[in-house]
Structure formats: structure tokens, C-alpha cells
Ligand binder design. Structure first.
Ligand code: DP6
Length: 325
């Protein structure tokens, strides 16, 4: 049966940074994110008897190599769950995540693939089961099953059975906005996978990061429940800075920041000095995401665009979870 699903990417306000099991993708800390409406992937999966191998097209281009291997390895998990190890699929994805926006398309990509793939093969899954499956494609993707705010509970079991995301508050709970600030410079990328591995293995600051998570998580959830923007923004910004601090202690040391990243961080701080509530967060790359409230949208966008080195600003609202067609 052919099945189609759409999923959106998400931005972590409490970051996932480190694995305790690399093959099962089990994290060393719980994380929390906001799903974004601006960036999505729509995937159709068609498991068919007559196919002798999987095929994968992305934006109408036939994909091979590493990207194809990640997709087929993920389909293997779906086949195994369904007990249909010799059934192959045609996968077609349309990605509306601008790569320049510095959002990994893997979050929306694996969430849409997991949803369409399990439906196509005939698996009946709950959201939790879908999130647990999605986690094994890319960790951050397990949070994209839900709209609004979602928490990925790290879990304790060695087999990962209790490591999945749960909803924290739906999209309708709070109209909070995110500006993705695109920078002109590029640099050689340390992938999030490689970056977190190196940090876990070598950074003396890593234990400090882990110790700080439970209180950040508790406060963040209170802030979301009370729609306390200052609280949510402050914790998100500080949590991001702590994550990035661990990379400076790694061996060899590295940073995702450019001079323009620092310039945008400074712009956000000076907006606050002028009374505009805006806070930044940064993932495993140089681009900055800015949290703000709807009433400040015009001001925030204009100020960000005026910062030297900024080439584009893409605005986004809180988005929906996985949708089937
Ligand atoms: C910095 O989910 O891309 O964006 O599980 O290895 O696929 P893998 O990593 P990935 O890492 C995301 C790291 C982050 C923080 C976050 O999204 O929580």
C-alpha cells in the first residue's frame, strides 16, 4: 500500500548533545524542542512485492551513496518490525527545508519516512512507537512526530524501549515565533553526529553539561506551561551556550561559530537592551535562530536583516506534527 506523510523540522530549546549508544541512537540527556511550520518534508513510501531493492528519490533526483544507505538501513528497521524482510520500497521525498537555512533536513526527513514507511507496510503504531522508531534514523527527528513543544525523554533501558518523545504543549498553546538567520560565510562542517561524539569522548566540560540538564528541563517546562517568554528565552539561550562551550573543550577543539554568528548574538542582546524580547539559539552550525513574540516580528526581522553578514532571514511559526494523506 502506498502511503504519504508530511513532517516538519524542529528547533531544540534544550539541546540533545551526546549519545550513550550510537547504533540505537540513545542520548545522554533529555531534550526539548519546538516544531516549526516553515520547513517540511513530504514522503511517499510504496512497499511492493515486485521490487528487488529500495529506490529513493529526493526532489525528483535519484539518490545513491551515503544518503541512500541511511534510508535503506532505516527501512530495514521497518521491515524487521513488520516481519517482512524481503519486501522493498520505492521512496519519494520532497524536501522544503532550504539547506541554506541551517536546519538539518534529517529531522523532518526521518519523521516523514518513519510515518509513511510504517503505514505503507501495514504497521499500526502509536505516536510513542513512531517516535521510538524515528529516533533510530536521527535522534532529533523523534521530536518532530508532535506539533508545538515536545520532549525527548532519554530513557534508562539499554534497548531504548523507553527513549522516545512525548508532547509537552500543542501548537495552539502559544504563538511563539522563530527567525532563522542565514549567514554568508561558510566553513568546513563538523556534523552534529561527529561533533557530539568527539565532545562526549574528550571534553572535560561534558559532565557539567549533563549535570545542568534536569534543572533546565524543569524550568523550561514551567516557562512553557505559564507562557513565560522571558523564562523560556533565557533558559534556551543559556542551554545553547553551554552546549557550544563543550566543543571548545574537545580534543581537537572546535566551534560552530563564525564572527558573524557572534555579531547576530550581539544584535539579539542589544534588541533586549532596547526592550524587545528576543533570544537566540544555535545548532551544530554557524546560523542563529531567534525566538520572539508576534508583536515584535517587524522590528526583529528588520534589525536582524541590518546586521552585517546576514544574507537572509526566514520567519517561522510553531508547526504541526506528522500528518498523513
Ligand atoms: C545540535 O539529530 O542531527 O541539533 O542523532 O546523530 O542524527 P543524530 O544527530 P542529530 O543531532 C542534532 C543536534 C542538535 C541539537 C538538537 O537538535 O537537539
Amino acid at each position: 500500500m502506498k502511503a504519504t506523510a508530511t513532517a516538519h523540522t524542529n528547533i531544540a530549546l534544550i539541546k540533545y548533545w551526546g549519545k550513550r549508544n550510537e547504533s540505537l541512537i540513545l542520548p545522554t540527556n533529555s531534550s526539548l524542542s519546538l516544531t516549526l511550520d516553515g520547513f517540511r518534508t513530504t514522503t511517499t513510501v510504496d512497499f511492493r512485492d515486485e521490487l528487488s531493492q529500495d529506490t529513493f528519490t529526493l526532489n525528483d533526483e535519484i539518490i545513491s551513496g551515503e544518503q541512500y544507505n541511511r534510508v535503506t538501513a532505516f527501512l530495514d528497521l521497518i521491515r524487521r518490525s513488520a516481519g517482512k524482510n524481503n519486501l522493498y520500497a520505492a521512496v519519494q521525498s520532497i524536501n522544503e527545508v532550504p539547506t541554506a537555512a541551517g536546519f538539518a533536513s534529517s529531522a523532518s526527513g526521518f519523521a516523514a519516512l518513519a510515518a509513511a514507511g510504517s503505514k505503507s507496510i501495514g504497521l499500526q503504531v502509536t505516536d510513542q512507537e513512531l517516535s521510538r522508531l524515528t529516533r533510530q534514523g536521527s535522534g532529533s527527528a523523534c521530536r518532530s512526530i508532535y506539533g508545538g513543544f515536545a520532549e525527548w525523554k532519554m530513557g534508562e533501558q539499554a534497548d531504548g524501549s523507553d527513549s522516545f518523545a512525548v508532547p509537552v504543549a500543542p501548537t495552539e498553546h502559544w504563538d511563539i515565533r522563530v527567525a532563522a538567520v542565514i549567514l554568508s560565510d561558510t566553513m568546513k562542517k563538523v556534523s552534529s553526529r561527529e561533533g557530539m561524539k568527539r565532545t562526549v569522548e574528550t571534553s572535560p566540560f561534558y559532565s557539567g553539561w549533563i549535570d545542568s540538564i534536569p534543572s533546565d528541563m524543569e524550568q523550561m517546562k514551567k516557562g512553557i506551561a505559564n507562557r513565560d517568554f522571558e523564562k523560556v528565552g533565557k533558559i534556551a539561550e543559556a542551554n545553547c551556550l553551554k552546549m557550544h562551550a563543550t566543543t571548545l573543550g574537545a580534543n581537537p577543539p572546535f566551534t560552530y561559530w563564525l564572527d558573524t554568528t557572534l555579531a547576530v548574538m550581539q544584535t539579539v542582546r542589544s534588541m533586549r537592551d532596547k526592550g524587545i524580547a528576543a533570544y537566540f539559539t544555535i545548532d551544530a552550525g554557524p546560523n542563529v535562530k531567534v525566538l520572539y513574540l508576534p508583536e515584535d516580528e517587524k522590528n526583529v526581522e528588520k534589525t536582524l536583516r541590518e546586521t552585517p553578514g546576514v544574507t537572509d532571514v526566514i520567519l517561522s511559526k510553531s508547526g504541526q506534527g506528522v500528518t498523513y494523506y
